[in-house]
Design a binder for this molecule. Structure first.
Ligand code: RIB
Length: 290
């Protein structure tokens, strides 16, 4: 197994709106769609479509078969996707005409993982790498268990939660954040300062990656941050899942032994395709079109 992803699985309730709802307002959505999502599920599907063998560790409720089936369709191993008594996690997503989104999540079953389930999965697969976000419980424990086993650890602390700074970030090999997370974690302004501050929370060798949507991607590998321009996109439809798509294809590039530049560009190219269509997992490019 190449990668274990300990991650969320969400039902995404997506509302096309004229503008993001403001306090006290009731607004009629122009359109509603139910999509599959969750940062975890999206990243597993992106990793699989980018050519890696992936096992997903997570939990769903009795309403979550659609999520399980979506992983299976992409050949993601679901042996350790558990059924919980709670409902599956879900997200309420507003999307405006420019394709920008605003998301509220409710953890549900995503928050019911046990340490035994994590250990069983790690012992069973013996993967090379692990990826983790902030939508499940036991983040700290997951990071430490992965470190004990010598895995290459990719951490995407999204959405940012106040405890993130207290996690053992020194074990992280690759940290991937967006502008909002970078600002909240560092209280610095500007990508270069933010990257240096992020590294101080981690390890001197941690590769820090800052994704900035249409402003491209910044990377701090050695001492000097480097910037990569985003691919031009004619019509942005929905940016949901773009970050997850970047992570899956970028990670796959690194784990396939690509040079950093090439892996970043692969991630950005895949994300630029993702934002031209609606939905999160549904909009991740397949290996054929990529
Ligand atoms: O990153 C996009 C994802 O964030 C959505 O699919 C939603 O479920 C939330 O987890």
């Amino acid at each position: 197994m190449d990668v274990i992803n300990v991650g969320s699985l969400n039902l995404d309730f997506v509302y096309q709106v004229d503008h993001f709802a403001v306090p006290g307002e009731t607004q009629s959505a122009r359109q509603f769609d139910l999509h599959i999502g969750g940062k975890g599920l999206n990243q597993s599907i992106a990793l699989a479509r980018a050519g890696l063998n992936v096992a997903h560790v997570g939990a769903i409720g009795s309403d979550g078969n659609i999520l399980l089936n979506a992983l299976k369709e992409d050949d993601v191993d679901t042996t350790f996707v558990h059924f919980s008594e709670k409902r599956s996690g879900h997200a309420i997503i507003q999307v405006v005409k420019s394709g920008q989104n605003a998301i509220i999540i409710q953890g549900g079953a995503n928050q019911t993982l046990t340490p035994e389930q994590l250990e069983d999965a790690l012992n069973h697969f013996r993967p090379k790498a692990l990826v983790l976000q902030n939508e499940t419980n036991l983040m700290k424990e997951t990071l430490l268990l992965a470190k004990q086993r010598g895995l290459k650890i990719f951490y995407n602390p999204a959405p940012l939660i106040p405890d993130t700074k207290k996690f053992p970030l020194h074990v992280v090999d690759v940290l991937i954040v967006n502008e909002i997370e970078a600002e909240a974690l560092t209280s610095e302004v500007g990508p270069e300062k933010q990257l240096h501050a992020l590294r101080k929370h981690c390890h001197p060798k941690t590769l820090c990656v800052l994704t900035m949507g249409s402003e491209g991607v910044w990377v701090l590998e050695s001492d000097t941050p480097r910037h990569f321009d985003a691919y031009p996109v004619e019509k942005v439809v929905d940016t949901t899942g773009a970050g997850d798509t970047f992570i899956g294809f970028f990670m796959a590039g690194l784990l396939h032994g690509m040079p950093l530049d090439k892996a970043v560009k692969q991630g950005m190219k895949a994300a630029s395709i993702c934002i031209t269509r609606a939905g999160a997992a549904a909009s991740i490019p397949s290996s054929i079109e990529y």
